[in-house]
Design a protein. Sequence first.
Length: 305
Amino acid sequence: MTDMNAFDTGALILFDEVARSGSFTAAAELLGYTQSAVSRRVAALERATGGPLFERLARGVRLTPAGVSLHRHAIAVLDRLERASEELAAIHGGSGGTLRVGAFATANVDLVPMTLKRFAERRPNVGLRLVEGLTNRLIERLRAGALDVAVISDYPAGLTAECDRIVPLREDRLLVALPQSHRLAAEPDVDLRDLADETWIEAAPRGQPTLLVTACAAAGFTPRSGLRVAEWTGKFGFVAAGLGVTLVPELAARAVPANLVLRPLRGLAPARKVYAALPEAPLAAAQEFVRLLGEWQVCTTATPA
């Protein structure tokens, strides 16, 4: 039976050098060994492979047919190992591999795509993969090794799952979206209490805790529910039609159509905190991505009144 331990990387490198140079002495000088050490290592490899790999000549050595066959495989193995080493160096250095990013839905409106755009400009050889999901699920995937970085928030129930590393990014305020004809559309900001009699277009199922319900309770009233729309972006059409008002995360301001007016809330303004979550030993590419996340600026596209 062939001793597979004989095919360690060092043995293959030595065998390759002897084959290329045609001399035990030349290979020994190149690799920093003694000539006798090279001879012993080659002899051990020949015993493990079942026969001679070199013909011993008066001046140097020459591969036997078995040696030619082994040399072909050795070259392929050493080439693959060299490429693996280069690829791993690129991954650890942040200039190669694939960055697997997870994010909650609202972060994918502007924060994540614009940050990925800047990241791709700086790291063009890093592949990108995106997963969208709820915060707790993203944390689970991160801890399972399926993600390299996750953009998460403390809404609606706080960070209930543990992460190895949490980097605070920003506070995501909730803005109010109003039709252009609304009585408060011309105001620079709006007090939530001035909206106590409004009908609210919501996306969450009844009974589910929301920042709106929490903030309105702090302001001293219960929001009057109107139509409920499954997708939060679908609320905009109902607001534009004058059927109610709605809250919009600042992260999603870019998605608000130009026929609506966005206004910040003063006083008891609801907000959530946004974080980047990383594994204990993050990739350099993930750390660069988090740094760029921290540089993102809000872009509001709604038409001012």
